[in-house]
Design a protein around this ligand. Sequence first.
Ligand SMILES: [Zn+2]
Length: 422
Amino acid sequence: MLLTYQYKLNPTDEQATQMENWGELLRRHWNYSLGQRLDALNRSRAQIDRCSIVCEPIGEIPDRVDYYTQAAGLRQTKALFPEYKDIYADCQQQNLMRLDKAWKRWFVPDKNGKRGGRPRFKRRGDICSFTFPRINCAKAGAHLIGNVLRLSRLGEIEVILHRPIPDGFDIKQATLIYKADGWYVSFSLEDGTVPDVLPVGDIKTVVGIDVGLEKFLVTSGGDAVEIPQFYRKSQVRLARQQRKLSRMQKGSNNYQKQANKVARLHLHVHRQRKEFHYQVAHWLCSVYDLIGFENLNIKGLARTRLAKSILDAAWGSFLNILQAVAVKRGKWALEGNARGTSIECSGCGQRVEKTLKDRVHRCPSCGLVIDRDWNSGINILNRVQRTLGLAFSGCGGLEVTLPVKQQFSVVKLEAPATLLVS
Ligand SMILES: [Zn+2]
C-alpha cells in the first residue's frame, strides 16, 4: 500500500534561498529540454524521402531525443553552466523523468484512450518542487533521522513531525515543495502488504449517495450534508485583496508581498475544502460498509451557469478522497451508472420526467413522494448492488480506529408516508 505524508519544513533563510534557486535552475533546464524535444519533433515530421507541405527541416536533422540522451547531456550542461553542479544529480534526473512522463502522456493514450495535453514551458516560479528519489539507504541523497532531514548539498533541515510516520512503512522518496506559506516535504511511504478484501458476504450496511447543488450530498437513507461554500464565503476577502494587488506596480516588493497574501487565501480555502471532504468521507466509511456513488460529468456541468457552485463543492476531488478513504478503512466504494437516476422512480421503476427546477419526486403510478436527490440516492444504491460481484473498484483494509471528527451538519430529510425501498 502506498501513502503520502506531508510535513512542514523549517529551513534557514540561506537554505530557502538555495532551494528556490534550485527550482529556478530546474525550470530553465525543463524549458531547454522541452524545446529540444519539440524541435526534434518538428524537424523529423516528414519522412526522409519526401517533402512536407507544411515545413522543411533546415540544417542537420537531429538524432532521436529521449530521456536517455537528455540525461547523458547533463554532463555537458554542468560543464557549460557550473551552477548546475550545485544541484544534487538525482533531482535533475527526476526533473527530466517528469518531462519524459508528461511527453509520453501527450503521445500515448492511456487505457481509457485519453491523452494529456502538450507539456508546457514553465514560467518563473512554476517549478517549485524537486524530488530525492531515494531516502535512508546507502546511496541516498536524503536521510531522515529523528526530526532532522539531512539533504545532500542543502544540509540539515528541521521537519515538523506533527504526526508520526506509521509503523512498518518504508520511506520511498522525498519531494520538497514550496507553497505560499513555506516549504513542505512529502514522503511516499510503502509497505509490502496487500490489503485484505472485506468479503461481499460481510457487507452489512449499504448506502447510495447523490451529489447535488442544493445539498453537498444526499444518502439513500435520507441524510443530507450541507454545502459549506468555502470559496463563496471567502470571496469578499479575496476580491478585496485582489483589488489591492491590481493597483500595485507589477514586480515591486509590495506586489510580491500582496501576491503572496492572495495565494495564502487561496491555500486556506483549498485546505478548508479538503478537510471537509475528508471528514465527510470518514463519516460515510465509518457508518457504511458499501458506498455507491454516481460518475458525474463534471467538466460538462462546469461549463454551465452553475460553474462556481460546482467547482466550489469540488465533487471530483471528493469522490477521489472517498475512494482512497474506503481503501484505507477496508470498505467498498463503487461507482454506479448515473444515467437517468433522477428520472427513474425508486419505488416502481417508472420514468417520471422532471426539469432541474422540480425538487420533489412525485410518482403517478405508485404514489411515492420523496426529495428528488434522495430518490436518486436510492436508485444509485440499487444499481450498485445489482452490479456488485461483477465490478470491484475499492477494497482492502488498513485497520483505522481513529474517531471521526464531525464538524459539518447532517440534516435528516423528512420521510414520506409511502416510502418504498426495495
Ligand atoms: Zn413509482
